[in-house]
Design a protein around this ligand. Structure first.
Ligand SMILES: [Zn+2]
Length: 297
């Protein structure tokens, strides 16, 4: 069955957090399996198997320049036939001039659906004054700002920059900007849930919460993870502010979907978390492109 016919028979599903970039050479070591197909066509094939229609491809701060990262995002969008939407990255520690250049490009790029910040991986707080032009642009263009939260993949990150509490101030200062707390602040899920509850413009994604499949406690950790996620969503009473995400290639698309499918919530809420909330927040198409092009990569 073609992707468009399959999508017609069920609600659209969105993975709001994946990575696919030439600037991540360690992928072979960190992916959920060493032989995964880390290409546009590999990702699309895995999306087909997991019945995911659209994904947000978050660019990486490791790119040689933000300009090249934007070019890569545009190519990925085109090669995927409009199914992989790029999210730009801005690093305020690169200096005022670099930020201004990035923002100029972001302003003109019509493929982008959001801007990602990597506090924790990079030494800055979300309320850093250097980010004000970024938030002003996000407001002008209606682009949600995704913020890395919690644990970092390598030991070099600084967690003090990545606590959900640090988003509270800026969420209040920029009420018209919508923020997404990535990874639900893991391990500070309670703190992230409180920031979502308190601020009407804050959302959270469910990416990167599962333990690596190699963990000897993978199954038990998955059960705990589901319970913690349920607690976060139920305690806020705001299922409309949670977005399904995997953090592929670190987490298998199917495993991340199963985590959300297993949540003890009302069916319409699960469905919204799996797609509708992200469709609305990022202004994604209501259906798949009618004639998806064959990926060229
Ligand atoms: Zn990620």
């Amino acid at each position: 069955m073609s992707p468009s016919r399959r999508a017609a028979s069920r609600p659209i599903r969105v993975d709001a957090h994946v990575h696919l970039s030439a600037w991540w050479p360690e992928i072979r070591r960190t992916g959920y399996r060493p032989d995964l197909d880390y290409t546009v066509s590999g990702l699309l094939a895995e999306m087909e198997r997991s019945q995911i229609d659209f994904a947000l491809v978050i660019q990486l701060f490791q790119a040689a320049s933000e300009e090249q990262a934007l070019d890569e995002g545009r190519r990925t969008f085109e090669q995927s036939g409009g199914r992989l939407f790029p999210v730009a990255t801005v690093d305020p520690t690169r200096g005022e001039e670099a930020i201004a250049t990035s923002l100029e490009r972001i302003e003109r790029d019509r493929c982008l659906v959001g801007i990602k910040l990597f506090p924790g991986y990079r030494p800055f707080y979300p309320h850093d004054r250097r980010l004000e032009p970024v938030y002003e642009l996000a407001h002008r263009r209606g682009l949600p700002v995704l913020i890395h939260q919690g644990d970092t993949l390598d030991g070099l990150g600084l967690l003090k920059f990545a606590r959900p509490l640090e988003v509270d101030e800026v969420a209040g200062r920029f009420r018209d900007v919508r923020f997404v707390l990535c990874h639900l602040g893991n391990p500070w899920l309670d703190e992230a849930a409180e920031i979502v509850y308190k601020n009407p413009n804050v959302y959270a994604d469910t990416s990167g919460l599962l333990a690596p499949p190699s963990s000897p406690y993978f199954q038990r950790a998955a059960v705990q993870c589901r319970e913690r996620l349920e607690t976060a969503i139920i305690s806020t009473g705001l299922p409309g502010r949670f977005l399904h995400g995997s953090d592929w290639p670190l987490v298998e698309l199917r495993a991340a979907i199963e985590l959300v499918e297993g949540l003890d919530l009302e069916e319409p809420d699960r469905r919204a978390i799996l797609g509708g909330n992200a469709q609305q927040l990022f202004g994604l198409p209501l259906r798949l492109p009618s004639q998806p092009r064959e990926p060229t990569l």
